[in-house]
Design a protein around this ligand. Structure first.
Ligand code: ADP
Ligand code: MG
Length: 563
């Protein structure tokens, strides 16, 4: 049975599997390798995933959602057609779509997967990703860090030894990893990142700067106009590295405004974000104890690394340009597919060993008598960039006389005060009465290959152990909640796979219709109504032929390349 590798991205998702010739991508039902991570419900309440949903973002913004990966690990919910969805549920719908595509392509059921996550995903976000897999009917064999996946695919492809810097900037996150390949062993030396820095932020900054210059309140714009503006900025961003000036026709409801977007303007708007990307790079370099000259190659991953501004900034830091011969969009899914094959003990990969690191520090809170007013201080137990799996024990003593209870709080982060780190959960431990400092506990943190944490506490005098129980973990459901969620998913309607091609085409046609005027608009209307008539006749061959024609016609009329 095939285990698939999945890149569950903020913007796009992809999946792959292992073949005799190495990892290969699996095309989706539209024959495309990338599936936009967009989910919507149609008028009849049926689920739409991918390109068809993305086409509906503007006209059906109340029933379509994108970029929900950013909400993974939080308890934020999204309303679609009056139904509430959690981020893992939305992700599960994308995973389910990928799973079905893989099953159709491979001709067998697919029940297991390796899913990639940003290296900098915290414990809550990892749990949420695993949960999304389960809700989609997939056993998640391993969560692999995205840059690690990219490095595996790159390493296999290049068969080159050395030390590599992987920079992955996608739609919502920026990840940095430093890896070394030597004698078939791939070792991650350091990871760093920013969970809130990606392509979407550039678009957001462009929209804000533009509205600011024109002195237009964002809140005064209706949703449709705003969505259109976002889409225009998205397209402009993709062209900005090639074009000095772009003429854009802006529509704020009244008269249309012609506006020139220059590369300089973009650079100014984007510079604060570009500067932010330097921080994780510097931190990873210093954690790995390396100087720029010791990096053999720089590998770019993720759509946002196509920005010339990003490339030149990296070029300046390292005194040379990054390599550009791998496809930044698909390399993570290919690496996840290799990891899947490694787990299935595929003999072609016998000589490859992979080690990864824990990207952040895990610890607990302790009392600091010198300045108790600051609250608990952070006591690191597993330091960031320790090689995983790792298990570390620290012995702690009671802080008060006759203390009978101890609350061990579990945190992740790099600040010396726990209140500035991420709370992961707590363990309540009963302790025999004794003068302070007499009773001791052994706190063991175990961090596994998936980047998930287990905590055990042993009361030394009693040899009694309390285990993990990370409570109050947003994004993690109880068994009961999981059941309810599975039921909810089962009750959702899905369209037959074949009809998705038609739906994507119609959605695209409708978007173009809305966006155009005059002759062009009439042309689109004619194409769509002819297509409707053909669909009504339900002749499979005729429909197939018409799909190709409509696709070509619409593409020739589409000037935006945002999809
Ligand atoms: P994710 O891993 O988050 O799903 P991707 O790696 O697919 O993301 O990258 C998506 C991001 O890349 C989007 O924000 C998109 O705007 C950006 N992007 C794609 N092509 C370009 C381009 N030519 N120039 C700048 N940004 C681009
Ligand atoms: Mg990505």
């Amino acid at each position: 049975m095939t285990v698939i590798g999945i890149d569950l991205g903020t913007t796009n998702s992809a999946c792959g599997y292992w073949t005799e010739d190495g990892p290969k991508l699996i095309p989706n039902r539209l024959g495309e390798l990338l599936t936009p991570s967009v989910v919507g419900l149609d008028e009849a309440g049926a689920v739409i995933v991918g390109k068809a949903a993305k086409e509906r973002l503007i006209d059906h913004s109340g029933s379509t959602v994108a970029a929900f990966k950013r909400l993974m690990g939080s308890d934020h919910k999204i309303m679609l057609n009056k139904k509430l969805f959690s981020a893992p549920e939305l992700s599960a719908l994308v995973l389910r779509s990928l799973k079905e595509d893989a099953e159709a392509f491979l001709g067998e059921p697919v029940t297991e997967a390796v899913i990639s996550v940003p290296a900098y995903f915290d414990d809550n976000q990892r749990h949420a990703t695993k949960l999304a897999g389960e809700l989609a009917g997939l056993k998640v064999d391993r969560l692999i860090n995205e840059p690690t996946a990219a490095a595996i695919a790159y390493g296999l492809h290049q068969k080159q030894e050395g030390t590599f810097l992987i920079l992955d900037m996608g739609g919502g996150t920026f990840d940095v990893s430093i890896l070394e390949f030597f004698d078939g062993v791939m070792e991650v030396h350091a990871s760093a990142g920013d969970n809130f820095l990606g392509g979407e932020d550039f678009v957001e900054a462009m929209v804000d700067a533009l509205l600011n210059e024109l002195q237009i309140e964002k809140s005064s714009l209706d949703v449709r106009l705003l969505q259109t503006l976002y889409m225009q900025m998205e397209s402009a961003k993709r062209r900005v590295s090639q074009m000095d000036t772009q003429e854009i026709l802006l529509d704020f409801g009244g008269e249309k405004i012609r506006w020139s977007l220059t590369r300089d303007w973009f650079s100014r708007v984007a510079t604060p974000l570009i500067l932010r990307s330097k921080r994780p790079i510097e931190r990873a370099m210093s954690d790995a104890n390396l100087s720029p000259a010791q990096i053999d190659d720089i590998v770019l991953v993720g759509g946002s690394t196509r920005l010339a501004l990003f490339r030149s900034t990296v070029g300046r830091i390292f005194g040379r340009l990054p390599s550009t011969h791998i496809d930044p969009d698909t390399v993570v899914a290919l690496g996840a597919a290799v990891q899947a094959a490694l787990l299935s003990k595929n003999s072609a990969l016998d000589d490859m060993v992979l080690t990864d690191v824990c990207p952040y520090t895990l610890g607990t809170g302790v009392v600091n008598e010198d300045s108790p007013q600051q609250g608990l201080y952070f006591l690191p137990i597993i330091e960031r960039n320790s090689t995983v799996p790792v298990s570390v024990v620290r012995r702690l003593a009671t802080a008060a006389d006759n203390q009978t209870e101890l609350q061990l709080e579990i945190y992740q982060g790099e600040n010396r005060l726990v209140k500035k780190n991420i709370f992961l959960g707590q363990l309540n431990i009963k302790i025999p009465k004794a003068p302070r400092g007499k009773e001791e506990i052994d706190v063991r943190y175990t961090y596994d290959m998936n980047g998930l944490l287990e905590v055990d506490v042993t009361v030394v005098s009693q040899n009694k152990t309390y285990s993990k129980l990370i409570q109050r973990n947003p994004g993690v459901m109880s068994e009961k909640e999981k059941e309810a969620s599975l039921k909810k998913m089962a009750a959702l309607k899905f369209h037959p796979r074949e009809s998705e091609v038609n739906r994507a085409l119609i959605a695209k046609g409708e978007r173009l219709y809305e966006a155009s005027l005059g002759d062009k608009r009439e042309k689109i209307a004619a194409i769509l109504s002819q297509f409707d008539a053909i669909l009504d006749r339900q002749n499979v061959n005729e429909i197939k032929k018409a799909q190709l024609q409509v696709k070509e016609l619409l593409e020739s009329l589409d000037s935006e390349d945002w999809l």
